[in-house]
Design a protein around this ligand. Structure first.
Ligand code: BYC
Length: 316
């Protein structure tokens, strides 16, 4: 009976768009889904630092270096807010990182592609952060309070990231013919993987229906993908670049762009661990974790010393 009442209260909260908070009762499956999604999101942020971090030392000017450094630091910050939000659900950060390191937890497919030249940094900011914003703005209104609140700041920072990427693309697209060609080549390589970021089609998305009932997801994978395409095509026109999809066409009746078939075999292959950079990404994260052990130990020792000192002062 008690459980039934709690379930009723939970359902009413979700229906009324009230936030579920860490100490509120919640169904086990809701908690598990949130831990899965928030931790995968956190992993995506910290793995997402790697393709761009690769270009900090090679950015073409001091100004670009400073901007890129700030962006990559922002992604680390996003990871921290998200791991903290996951911890409110009763998991330990170390457990989550272990799952990333041993391949049990996923992270966004997009970060398994290489950044081979400077235009890729523009394409990531423009397309990858653009897709991230499209997916994450609705999460600011999701039903779980700590996740929703973390997303507010993340989204503000992502919109700065998107603009810096677009500006790199604009500079290159309006530059020399070689620079324009580099920008086009980056668009060719990042377009389809960016569309895959939204996840499988609704018909093939096992978690969507339940997550939408719980208002963790407010829009489906296909809805958000379509919105992203509709927003991005006019931006490519401003850049004077061509989206690498011969089937892309405005559909007056639908009021949306029609687009070509996504290569789902490629998507599933990448999320199974067989993309161009999966092994390298996990290896780099593992090394970073191991090399950072002394920092974590020092921080704990420092906190213990301070607590002991506080106790001594209080006892005196
Ligand atoms: N890559 O039933 P579905 C960023 C998995 S960070 C890998 O639709 P769901 C940024 C999915 O996890 C970007 N895996 O699932 C950072 C599930 O697998 P499991 C990250 C994917 O959860 C730094 C299975 O496929 N954003 O933008 O309802 C620099 C079935 O899918 C992908 C977030 O994490 C994928 N693309 O919907 C710059 C946002 N897609 O768990 C930028 C929060 C699906 O059953 N997450 N899978 O083994 C979400 O909104 C949702 O989790 C998703 C997937 C839309 C991604």
């Amino acid at each position: 009976m008690e459980e039934q009442n709690m379930m009723q209260r939970f359902d009413d909260y979700v229906a009324d768009n009230k936030k579920i908070e860490p100490k509120d009762w919640m169904p086990d499956a809701y908690r598990k889904t949130l831990i899965r999604q928030i931790s995968q999101h956190a992993h995506s942020e910290i793995v997402g630092m790697l393709p761009e971090g690769n270009w900090i030392t090679r950015a073409p000017s001091l100004k670009r270096k400073a901007i890129l450094l700030a962006k990559v630091q922002d992604e680390a910050g996003h990871g921290l807010y998200l791991y903290s939000a996951a911890e409110t659900l009763g998991v330990e950060r170390d457990e989550l990182l272990e799952e990333l390191h041993d391949g049990r937890a996923k992270y966004s497919s997009i970060f398994n592609y290489p950044t081979i030249n400077w235009a890729d940094i523009g394409a990531i900011g423009w397309l990858v952060d653009g897709a991230a914003i499209m997916n994450q703005v609705p999460l600011c209104k999701c039903s779980y309070g700590p996740y929703a609140r973390a997303m507010v700041r993340v989204c503000k920072e992502e919109s700065f990231h998107q603009r810096q990427g677009f500006q790199i693309m604009l500079n290159m697209a309006k530059g020399t013919p070689e620079q324009k060609q580099m920008a086009q080549d980056a668009l060719n390589r990042w377009w389809w993987p960016s569309l895959m970021m939204f996840g499988p089609t609704d018909a093939n998305s096992p978690h969507s229906a339940q997550s939408m009932k719980w208002k963790i997801k407010l829009f489906s994978n296909d809805e958000l993908r379509q919105r992203f395409i509709d927003m991005t095509v006019p931006q490519a026109e401003v850049l004077g670049l061509t989206i690498p999809d011969p089937d892309l066409k405005w559909n007056e009746e639908r009021g949306h762009y029609d687009f070509g078939e996504i290569n789902w075999d490629e998507f599933y292959n990448v999320i199974k661990g067989n993309g161009p950079c999966n092994k390298q990404r996990i290896e780099t994260r593992r090394k970073a974790y191991d090399n950072g052990a002394w920092v974590r130990e020092a921080a704990v020792a420092h906190a213990e010393k301070r607590a002991a000192r506080r106790n001594e002062t209080a006892a005196a």
